[in-house]
Structures are given as structure tokens and as C-alpha cells.
Design a protein around this ligand. Sequence first.
Ligand SMILES: Cc1cc2nc3c(=O)[nH]c(=O)nc-3n(C[C@H](O)[C@H](O)[C@H](O)COP(=O)(O)O)c2cc1C
Length: 449
Amino acid sequence: MRQMVLVGFLQAQNCTTLASAWRHPESRTDFTTAAYYQRIGQVLEEGKFQLGFFDDRLAMPDIYDGGNPGQVVANGVRVVKMDPVATLLAMGFGTRRLGIGATASTTYYEPFDVARRFQTVDHMLGGRAAWNVVTSVNDGEAQNMGREEHLAHDPRYDRADEFMEIVLGCWDGWEDDALVVDKQSGLFADPDKVHRMEYRGKYLSSRGTFTVPRSPQGHPVIIQAGSSDRGVRFSERWAETVFVGYPDFEEGKRRYAAFKEGVARHGRDPDLVTVNTIAYPVAAETKAEAEDKMAVIERGYREVDGLSLLSEALNFDFARKGMDEAFSDEELDGMSGMQAMRDRVMRVIGRNPTVRDFLNVTRRGRPREAIVGGPKEIADRMEKWFVERACDGYVVGGTHTPGTFEDFVKFVVPELQRRGIFQKDYKGATLRENLGLPWPQRGWWQAQA
Ligand SMILES: Cc1cc2nc3c(=O)[nH]c(=O)nc-3n(C[C@H](O)[C@H](O)[C@H](O)COP(=O)(O)O)c2cc1C
């Protein structure tokens, strides 16, 4: 029987994706410690989650209010963002089976550096690592990284294609059995099995011999979450598992089917590229108790959360407009970052939207797609999307941590297992084994442009 994928949506920061999470009465506040991340990892592992992954942004959301960080700092709107790879390692050393991913930007890092860092982490965790490939979103990130403006949307994906060719070229540098380490003969590695790369693209180049051998799962698993047309084409080509935020069941089914067709057009097996949609479960023993919990979560929201996160995502200062003032065509055109989000708001509203329209449609800063209920309600909803092919799994986001994950593992996971749609135990030692992915043959990616 087909089994669901469960992914914990993790942040190396002071809150979850829900900016108000730090204000929740049950949130832990030791978010700068290894113990905090290890506790979350252990809960996910107890629930047999295949994967946890740390998102990232290279800036706090201070595009809001003219770049003045005062409001977001005072309100704790995702203002602490630590290095996700270092945090991943801390969680990895406190867990044994959980796969763990971290996000790294193709726009602001060097491909050799990313290839080396993630391949090293994959060794350190015995083949449990994954890389979430993002092209980054906004000018705040550009400025922290010494540039003025973020690269335009489609060119940054063209550049990301080259980035992937270099990273995978690096990971292919050592054949599976290149290491010999024979003290008797004095042969360290087989020189015929370690290959030099010569890559010169339009945006990027890299020449040299990679310095980290193949890992216990060959190389880290590749995650991607693009949602624009260009972004989806990128993930059809490169991703081994994808994250999406399908807004409803019908659209989910449609986009899921289109994505799988796209994967097949690249000559890849669509069953091997799993699609995981975001879900925010608010779980309790009964529906009534879950509704009480949801009321506490909703009370934590402040408008500044929504406005600063919209400004961050769309690279536009929402403090420049009154709440009920419509955006002009030029202003809408000037929004960049997550363009698919802007397009959806325009589609839903059917005229030039106002700030309030953006807040209402995107629900940024609020628990989106919250599924509130006891074990039955939540499992019913998750089963329907999974069985009727609107997704292969879920990226489970926290409204507060570690509470959301503790409740989900206590109330919902046993019900999913009882229904036979979620694993009762890990299948293997590596993340690839646990996701049902084959060993990555060298050059697997070369035939799929
Ligand atoms: C579950 C999920 C997690 C994501 N995590 C990140 C992240 O950590 N950093 C980031 O810059 N973008 C992240 N994104 C955004 C995507 O990478 C992408 O930029 C966004 O969906 C817009 O699509 P587009 O780039 O194709 O326009 C995430 C998206 C989803 C659905």
C-alpha cells in the first residue's frame, strides 16, 4: 500500500512560520539551544516522520516600514534566523533515523561551497541529509549579501539550473567505490574513479576536483518548492521531493496531476518525486478541545505580523499604502519575490486588490490551511487528499513548538498508522531508503534538460 510522507516544517528561529508562535503560552523560548532542536527532532522521530527541514531567509522581514527594523524586532516577527545547516547538525546528533534538510540559496552562495557543505553533512548524519534549493526572495537578502537588488525572477531560475549542474557535477566527482584506503598497498583512492570537472556556463563556472567522496546515500536528497510556472519547471527537472502550498483540494488535484506529467516529460519516474503540501494541524483528543486550542492560537496574531510578512514575500513595503487603498497596476507589476502569491490574490479578488485583500486572501501571519480537530477529523482530511491524489504527503507546520508536533504525534499519527497509510517504523537507515528513492546513479540528472 502507498504510504504517506510526513515532513516537519522547521525553523532555526524565534518562532515557527507563524510569527506569533513565540507569544503562545506553551512555546519554548530556548530557541538558540541545541536542546530545543533535539527535542523537536526526537518528537518527529517518535512519530516516524521521514523528514524534518529547516527553511531559511537571509534577512529579517524589515522591508516593512521603510526598512526600519523597530516594529518587527519589537514584535519578534521572524527576527532571529540562525544558520540552518549548523542547526540541522545539532538536531541530527540528537536523532538516529529522521532525515533532516536545510535550505540554501542558489543566488547567494557558491555551488562548490553548497555541494561540499551538504555532502559533508550527509556523511556526518550517515546519509540522512537533504538540501532545499531556493533562489531566495527579496532585496533584504540581496543587501545583507552585499548586493543592491535581488535578481529578477526567471533569470534567477536560469542561473539556478547552472548551479544544479555544478553541484551535481561535484557530487558525481567520486565514483561509488573510488575510496580504497589500503594501507598495505598504499593506495588511497582509485585515480580512474575520481573525476575533474570543467564547467563554464552563462552565469557560473567551476573547474576542479571535488573534495568529498560519495556519502552513505550517494548524495543528499534534493528538495524544491517553486510554485510559479518557471519554478515548477525547475522542480520537475531537479527535485526528488517537492513542497507545495495547494490552496484547496480541487486545485491541488489539478496541480498535482500537472506536476507529475511535467516530471514524466523530463524522462523521470513521477512516482519517485513526492509532492508534499503544507498543513497546520491543530490536534487534540476531541474536536471541541482542538477548537479551544485554535482560539488561543488565533489570539496571538497581530496585524504587523501579516503586513511585514507580505512585504517580505512580495518585496514591497506594505506600510506605504492605506489598509483599503487599491494598489496601482505599476505597484502590482513592481512586486517581485513570490509572484505566484500576488497572482493568486489578483485572481481571487478580480480587481486591483487592497492591502486588506492581500491580508485576507493570503492569511499571511495566521495559521493557513489549519486543520482543527480530533484524530478522526484530521486523519479524514489528510487521507482524502492523499488517497485521491492531491498530494503524496504533508509538510506539517507548527503553530507553536514543540507543542504542535507533540499533539500531532500523540493524536493523529496513530490514527494514520491504524488506517495503513503511514509507516509504523522506518524502512532503512538513510533518508533515500525512507523516501523509497533509488540510489542516485552518477549522471542521473544529465538526460533531463
Ligand atoms: C513548504 C515551503 C517551504 C519553503 N521554504 C522556503 C525557504 O526556506 N526559503 C525561501 O526563500 N523560500 C522558500 N519557499 C518558497 C519557494 O522556494 C518559492 O520561492 C515560492 O514557492 C515561490 O515560487 P517561485 O520562486 O517559483 O516564484 C518555500 C515554499 C514552500 C511551499
